[in-house]
Design a binder for this molecule. Structure first.
Ligand code: SAM
Length: 207
């Protein structure tokens, strides 16, 4: 039997809720579910958000870390502004993660408590190609976390499940004391995306 496709042009429950709650994207609820279950972000944390546009995760994380913390975002696209402007504890850079500009890299700094990646590639509709592109981004995020995340820190990355999924979760397991795999309810039902969470980074630098 042919699977029914979801009509993504029509706002679903989460898209409508995001608009009402004044978040620029429905993806906020994925991070909210992750946070409720795993408490990855704490007040005062420094959070790096890879693939941050249009900024829902940054806005949500900024509220948790509070004025004593900091949220730094990076996206290949322009992030734009929020209707009421960005909180003071948020900054962002426009840059390709796979080819990071040396100046941006310097400005981002290090000493993070949390590295988030909700990066998603431009999709082709061909499952293997999209999963391979997603793996590349997740791997890059893991490598950046290896360099910029403090020991004990948390890593959260989206990945499209495909041939390289097992290799990715094995790499996270090697670098973090605890590794979890989580599919938020707010993910679209027809999506291959899933989140891999590493808690308790073992040491600074890659393996
Ligand atoms: C699903 S969106 C992120 C939504 C965001 N978490 C939010 O809540 O607003 C995925 C983002 O990944 C970004 N992205 C994809 N490839 C990237 C790359 N190579 N470097 C930086 N950002 C990238 C896209 O531009 C896109 O904005």
């Amino acid at each position: 039997m042919k699977k029914k496709k979801t009509d993504r042009s029509r706002p679903d429950h989460y898209a409508k809720k995001a608009k009402k709650d004044q978040y620029p994207a429905r993806s906020i609820y994925k991070l909210e579910e992750i946070q409720k279950k795993f408490k990855v972000i704490r007040p005062g944390d420094r959070v790096l958000d890879l693939g941050c546009a249009p900024g829902s995760w940054m806005k949500y994380a900024a509220g948790i870390v509070g004025p004593g913390g900091r949220v730094v975002g990076v996206d290949i696209k322009d992030v734009g502004d929020l209707p009421r402007g960005w909180p003071d504890n948020v900054s962002y850079f426009q840059c390709d993660i796979l080819d990071m500009d040396a100046d941006v890299r310097k400005s981002i700094g290090d000493g993070y408590n949390v590295v988030l990646s909700d990066m998603a590639p431009s999709t082709t509709g061909i499952k293997n190609v999209d999963a391979a592109r997603s793996y590349l981004l997740s791997e890059a995020a893991l490598e950046i976390a290896g360099q910029l995340l403090d020991p004990g820190g948390c890593f959260v990355a989206k990945i499209f499940q495909g041939g390289d999924f097992e290799a990715f979760i094995a790499a996270v397991k090697r670098q973090y004391a605890t590794r979890k795999i989580f599919k938020p309810q707010s993910c679209r039902k027809d999506s291959k995306e899933i989140y891999v969470i590493g808690m308790g980074k073992k040491q600074k630098g890659n393996e």
